[in-house]
Design a binder for this molecule. Structure first.
Ligand code: C5P
Length: 216
């Protein structure tokens, strides 16, 4: 029995929703709380891993290298600087699919004559896909939050993003959405049957994932 079986492993975890600037005071965000990623980081730390948490969430987690970011672009830069030396990447962050094309230098003022204001968006790169394409020996974990066709969409992600595992959850189900402390996950990997886990706390999901990783 090894109480700290991840000793010597370098683990990167990303958590939380990205914030894409519109102007100096506004951003486009999403409802991700970062709880699932934080749980993955904590459990990895407790199992002895050298954990780097790259996150948009304000947190003070002891025994973890914490890198605070806001945007998808910053997240990408920070991941790329540590990925080559890492053993595992857990991509739990909710990355915005789009960002404003232009970030206004000054606070945008409302115009009394116009009731409609348009922001043009441009696609963010798929970080997971980009980073996983440079994989040497790293074990890469992606997430898939879906509201319908869960398994079908998650299978597609497993293949298209070059991930070793996709942890999928139906965010439309009660107890499994954004912001709550519980999750109901299905683990998918290549050439294996999907494994559905019961509803459990996010900490227990993380324990179950690292247990799977150590015994795979
Ligand atoms: O394509 P979708 O957003 O559903 O995929 C979710 C997975 O891909 C998550 O692991 C998320 O962190 C990652 N992702 C990413 N870059 C994006 C969008 C999603 O790395 N631009």
């Amino acid at each position: 029995f090894q109480p700290r079986p991840l000793v010597g492993k370098k683990v990167i975890v990303t958590a939380g929703g990205t914030k894409e600037a519109i102007d100096p005071v506004r951003y486009i965000g999403n409802r991700s709380s970062g709880k699932m990623g934080l749980a993955m980081a904590k459990v990895a730390r407790d199992l002895g891993a050298d954990v780097t948490l790259i996150t948009t969430v304000d947190t003070t987690l002891g025994g973890i290298n914490l890198i605070k970011v806001q945007t998808a672009a910053e997240l990408m830069t920070q991941i790329q600087s540590v990925f080559p030396e890492s053993d595992v990447l857990v991509m739990a962050a909710a990355v915005a699919d789009f960002k404003p094309i232009n970030v206004a230098e000054q606070k945008i003022k409302k115009n009394d004559d116009e009731d409609i204001f348009t922001i043009k968006l441009t696609k963010n790169p798929d970080i997971l896909k980009t980073v996983a394409a440079t994989k040497t020996n790293q074990f890469v974990v992606g997430f898939a939050a879906e509201t319908q066709h869960l398994l079908e969409n998650a299978e597609k992600k497993l293949a298209s993003k070059n991930a070793d595992v996709i942890l999928a959850n139906n965010v439309a189900q009660s107890g499994a959405g954004f912001g709550v402390d519980t999750n109901r996950m299905t683990l998918l990997r290549k050439n294996k049957q999907p494994e559905s886990w019961p509803l459990m706390s996010k900490i227990d999901v993380a324990k179950k994932f690292w247990d799977f990783y150590l015994n795979r």
